[in-house]
Design a protein around this ligand. Structure first.
Ligand SMILES: [Zn+2]
Length: 220
């Protein structure tokens, strides 16, 4: 797959879950970062945030309409979960059975990147986004906003999380930019004497030169 439409869950005025982190705010960070990595992997990506809807119904319709207006292989919605005070974890929701394997892979990749529980692929037939989008679709629940260990892991490994999503969706690996490991040349100096009187320094230099050494007299 190399053409994607990715949107953030909920809307600016129709907020989602809130805990140690805010679902809508964070989804709006994950979407562009994943898109950036996908573009690096030569994929075509459209992204969308709903800034206009005032009701939940409008919100779903607006998001679905945007997705269906684009040419793409897969529709992706980014959410964060809430409701457990326990270990939390990553889930990826799907509708059609054909998307189960991809959902499981994405869930596993995110859970690994964050070092949190992999709750896996979950079939959901009641969600507007999954029902309304015409192409294969997955809905990512990155982690739980109200599980502190999840929120901390997400903040710490945000970049790895987004990279893992992009790599799993595209089936390609982001190339590590070769870091220049240019070795600095180090000069090792040998000092044989330090004199307050320049004449004494010159005298030693002269002795050493006679013996065939290359000598520099320096002040310092
Ligand atoms: Zn949500």
């Amino acid at each position: 797959m190399d053409k994607f439409v990715i949107s953030s869950g909920h809307a600016k005025a129709v907020r989602g879950a809130c805990g140690y982190i805010d679902e809508v705010n964070e989804a709006r960070k994950v979407v562009p970062k994943v898109a950036e990595y996908l573009k690096e992997l030569d994929c075509k990506v459209h992204t969308f945030n709903d800034n206009t809807s005032k009701t939940q119904r409008d919100n779903i319709n607006t998001i679905v309409k945007y997705h269906n207006s684009k040419s793409r292989d897969l529709d992706v919605s980014v959410h964060f979960n809430a409701g457990t005070k326990e270990v939390g974890g990553t889930e990826v929701l799907y509708y059609g059975d054909g998307n189960k394997a991809l959902a499981a892979k994405v869930s596993n990749a995110i859970a690994n990147a964050l070092g949190i529980k992999d709750r896996g692929a979950k079939k959901r037939t009641d969600l507007g986004f999954l029902k309304g989008t015409a192409k294969p679709a997955i809905l990512i629940e990155v982690c739980f906003v109200d599980t502190k260990t999840n929120a901390d892991a997400y903040k710490k490994s945000f970049d790895d999380c987004c990279k893992a999503i992009a790599e799993t969706l595209s089936g390609k690996k982001v190339k590590e930019v070769a870091k220049s490991v240019e070795k600095k040349s180090v000069i090792h100096r040998v000092q044989v004497g330090a004199f307050s009187d320049e004449k004494n320094a010159e005298k030693l230099a002269f002795e050493l030169k006679k013996k065939g050494y290359s000598v520099n007299v320096v002040e310092g």
